[in-house]
Design a protein around this ligand. Structure first.
Ligand code: BG6
Length: 297
């Protein structure tokens, strides 16, 4: 069920959330969609939405105990705070997910995740906290924001910040390589887990030829994925002709799972910022005037 609705408001920006799965399915800047969602995506709650920004937890990839990429993207979240305008003009929404009968039947740990989304002009912020309330048990987990960027032609995109990083190439039997290119391009089936990546990547030639900055904190890995032609055909919820129009750049904790001791918490965040000219995110210029809104039905 999609409970966030989009409404154009002076051509400004908006956000659509597929609740109850806490998946961002639409983010518009200047009334232009920034996220890819397949025309064949399923919204029935039984499988993950093919597009937007699904939340991967507590497992990345195949999982012997449960569904691929964990249960968070197919589980009902609680809307802790419906979208609301803050005093500085930003709009905030907070979701939470706690262990329940379903999660414990797969993964028998107590946990609580708080997922805070903030919409600003041309920016979308994601702040995540994971808490282990147990008095005795530690647990380990993967976490990743599976961001599907909408792009006019993936072959024209360049991704910065990966040079020198080692990566696991899932298209070559998980062999380990080191990236030599200053910018990474995608011209074939690509499924790579880059390790120890820097806090920032810039992706060029996204919507309207603009750039997207992905700024991350406590997410040491970056997955780059595009299924290309043959793999697209294998996915029932992805059109055969859609692969040129998406690029997944996914920030996460993948190769070294997080170990959370009893009574402790973990925090991570990501900021997506669409921009045209050189502009650097730092703590003093994160504040901006809000020209954005979220409407919640
Ligand atoms: C990526 C993985 O993160 O997600 C790929 O690296 C995977 O291996 C892709 O194919 C899509 O996964 P899913 O479960 O949404 O089809």
């Amino acid at each position: 069920m999609c409970v966030g609705t989009q409404r154009t408001f002076n051509n400004y920006d908006c956000l659509c959330l597929a609740c109850p799965r806490a998946t961002v399915v639409s983010w518009r800047v200047n009334n232009q969609e920034q996220l890819f969602v397949s025309k064949l995506a399923s919204f029935d709650g039984k499988k993950a939405i093919r597009g937007g920004i699904p939340f991967v937890f507590p497992q990345f990839g195949a999982w012997s105990f449960g569904p691929q990429h964990g249960f968070a993207r197919i589980t009902r979240w609680h809307l802790e705070r419906p979208p609301d305008r803050l005093h500085n003009g930003d709009v905030e929404a907070i979701f939470s997910l706690m262990d329940n009968d379903f999660t414990r039947s797969i993964w028998n740990y107590q946990f609580r995740i708080t997922y805070r989304l903030i919409l600003r002009e041309k920016e979308l912020h994601f702040h995540i906290g994971v808490y282990n309330p147990s008095k005795e048990l530690s647990f380990t987990f993967n976490m990743l924001l599976h961001t599907y960027l909408k792009v006019p032609d993936v072959r024209r995109c360049q991704i910065t910040g990966l040079q020198g990083c080692h990566f696991i190439d899932k298209t070559r039997e998980n062999a380990l390589y080191q990236e030599g290119r200053e910018v990474v391009t995608v011209n074939e089936w690509t499924d790579r887990i880059y390790q120890h990546t820097p806090q920032e990547h810039v992706i060029t030639n996204v919507v309207s030829g603009r750039k997207m900055r992905l700024h991350k904190y406590n997410f040491p890995d970056t997955v780059i994925w595009n299924p290309w032609i043959d793999r697209s055909r294998e996915m029932s919820d992805f059109g055969d002709d859609e692969f040129p129009n998406m690029l997944c750049v996914e920030a996460g904790n993948v190769t070294s799972p997080v170990i959370l001791l009893p009574g402790t918490a973990f925090e991570a965040s990501q900021i997506l910022q669409q921009f045209k000219c050189p502009y650097t995110i730092n703590s003093s210029n994160w504040k901006g005037n809000l020209t954005d809104f979220i409407q919640y039905d």
